[in-house]
Design a protein around this ligand. Structure first.
Ligand SMILES: Nc1ncnc2c1ncn2[C@@H]1O[C@H](COP(=O)(O)OP(=O)(O)OP(=O)(O)O)[C@@H](O)[C@H]1O
Ligand code: SF4
Ligand SMILES: [Mg+2]
Length: 348
């Protein structure tokens, strides 16, 4: 059965004077209501560009978008701009990293959320206010009736993020895309916001895509994880499976940089040695090959000549990986895990 959200062979290409930037190059995934997909990958791997395509944010730009994005059976790449505007903010909402960029400084927080509601509902200002005050209370803003009239700069960072979550939820969206929603917040507030998001998701049965650099957040929040590298999925499957039995050296690199993915969400990804490839001229073969310390284990020069397909690994149909290694489990257990933090290695 088709998932609530089904993305198939999505490509977002930007023509530039130097050539075509393939920011998203054949991405496929699915997500059901009430479930969370975590998308991880280094800066520039195409996380935001891919999720912006779901909201139709590349429309009217020079970007070339192809493939299909189906939400509850509707092809989002085929609908009119008007239909897309109706959908945006109502059925699909976005939570950005920096709420100040989404909240206008000149209008009170409450009025902005009320406007977002009134765009999609024929209600009076008073009715909208009642609804917004209720939502501000739901996201944990104290004295919501008074805070309604405050301006964004009068809110703390955590409160602004709560206000933005209130704005994104005001129309009961069925899909929320949260792009680095807690990166700018301190650890305690981050945990509160993530808890809040999870509570509201359970209440409204929302599908959530959470984009993050933080594998701790993925371990805590997500049901499935999609690891992106150079515009493509390189590993994809259930979180419990991918984080405990990863089969792709890039995922190993991400994991080795986090001391304990299950315990501490404060740890950020330490960059893997080397640089992400240019999306204008990605290296031939596996795009990770210039940085991969395991490529000599693949016979011939396959890693440098042939792009691996995204195929099921050895542990089941729902765990996909893009790598030529034939025995990744053994390499992971005998070579990679021993290099982890000793406490973590012992736990495994
Ligand atoms: N309008 C554009 N024209 C050309 N290239 C673009 C455009 N928008 C994005 N890109 C490129 O697409 C690639 C993917 O960008 P994207 O913002 O999706 O990365 P990201 O994975 O979200 O990174 P970060 O973690 O830093 O947010 C980057 O190399 C970026 O420079
Ligand atoms: S295909 Fe080769 S270069 Fe790419 S991750 Fe696997 S071993 Fe490394
Ligand atoms: Mg981004």
């Amino acid at each position: 059965m088709e998932k609530f959200l089904t993305v198939d062979d999505l490509k977002v290409h930007f023509p530039t004077p130097d050539g075509v930037v393939k920011a998203t190059d054949g991405l496929s995934f699915g997500l059901d209501r009430g479930k969370t997909l975590g998308i991880v990958g280094e800066s520039g791997s195409g996380k935001s560009v891919s999720s912006s395509a779901i909201l139709g944010l590349h429309r009217g730009t020079s970007a070339r978008v192809s493939g299909s994005i189906r939400l509850d059976g509707t092809d989002l790449l085929a609908i009119s701009n008007q239909e897309m505007r109706r959908l945006r903010g109502k059925d699909v909402a976005m939570i950005f990293q920096d709420p100040l960029s989404a909240l206008h400084p000149y209008y009170s927080v409450g009025n902005q959320i009320a406007e977002a509601y009134r765009v999609h509902h024929a209600v009076s200002r008073k009715e909208a206010r009642t609804r917004v005050v209720d939502m501000l209370a739901r996201v944990g803003i104290p004295q919501p009736d008074r805070r309604y009239d405050a301006y964004p700069h009068q809110f703390s960072g955590g409160m602004r993020q709560r206000a933005m979550i209130a704005m994104s939820l005001i129309n009961d969206p069925s899909l929320i895309i949260a792009d680095e929603p807690t990166t700018a917040l301190d650890v305690t507030v981050q945990a509160q916001i993530l808890d809040l998001l999870q509570d509201l998701q359970n209440e409204f049965n929302t599908a959530v895509i959470i984009i993050t650099h933080d594998l701790g957040v993925v371990a805590e929040m997500a049901d499935d994880v999609l690891v992106m590298y150079a515009g493509r999925a390189v590993e994809y499957g259930p979180v419990t499976e991918v984080l405990t039995h990863p089969e792709m050296p890039y995922t190993w690199g991400l994991l080795s940089s986090v001391p304990d993915v299950t315990a501490d969400t404060s740890k950020r990804m330490v960059p893997i040695p080397g640089n992400p490839p240019s999306l204008l001229n990605p290296p031939p073969g596996c795009p990770f090959n210039p940085r991969c310390v395991h490529r000599h284990k693949v016979p011939g020069d396959l890693c440098r000549t042939e792009l691996p397909a995204l195929i099921p690994g050895n542990r089941g149909e729902d765990h996909l990986k893009r790598c030529h290694l034939s025995n990744p489990e053994m390499i992971y257990e005998t070579e990679v895990v021993p290099q982890f933090d000793p406490a973590l290695a012992e736990e495994r």
